[in-house]
Design a protein around this ligand. Structure first.
Ligand code: CMX
Ligand code: CO
Length: 145
């Protein structure tokens, strides 16, 4: 079902400060900056590597307001790892497979993610406390018509 880890999402208070920290410390390059109103975030993608299944990134996330998933997470737990995102060839199919195993999905249908991807989230309580994101990258097989 999974082709790779697409990204690890990190919740932070100050996006610009964390971009500077991560790019200096790990020598990573910022490849995209976006505001995703639907997800309530301002974000940056830092490229790590390209593999057979696609590319991997660190996603830095700053909340647009306290009343968003990342805003609530910061208030409760502070800065740090927020979610793990797996790259899949077809997000709708991956959603069906997880739902078939009794995992609650937080999205009824795929939503827009970073860099033209389609994404969906699974409930952390159903997978050992790990908020899980499914990512169909813009160039993934199901997106190639
Ligand atoms: N990782 C693990 N557990 C988490 C979590 C996270 N990121 N966020 C919340 N939880 C846990 C809480 O600790 C809480 O557990 P307890 O009941 O034991 O205290 C439980 O889940 C409920 O949490 P809550 O604070 O009441 O928060 P909500 O239920 O309102 O929301 C969640 C939690 C996961 C449903 C919500 O954050 C969500 O819908 N997330 C998906 C969308 C998202 O995260 N978007 C931002 C990223 C966008 C991107 O990657 O592009
Ligand atoms: Co993400």
């Amino acid at each position: 079902m999974f082709m790779r880890i697409d990204h690890i999402g990190i919740a932070c208070h100050d996006l610009e400060a964390k971009i500077a920290l991560f790019s200096d410390t790990f020598e990573l390059t910022v490849v995209a900056r976006e505001v995703n109103e639907e997800q309530g975030v301002r974000e940056a993608m830092l490229h790590i590597a390209d593999g057979e299944g696609g590319s991997s990134y660190i996603q830095l996330l700053e909340p647009l307001s306290p009343d968003t998933p990342v805003g609530k997470f910061l208030a409760k737990r502070g800065e740090g790892v927020h979610h793990v995102a797996f790259g899949v060839p077809d997000v709708a199919e991956a959603m069906e497979r997880l739902a078939g195993k009794g995992v609650r999905l937080l999205d009824e249908r795929p939503r827009h993610g970073s860099m033209g991807s389609e994404i969906a989230f699974a409930h952390p309580k159903d997978v050992g406390g790990m908020l899980t994101e499914l990512v169909q990258a813009a160039g993934a097989p199901a997106n190639v018509k």
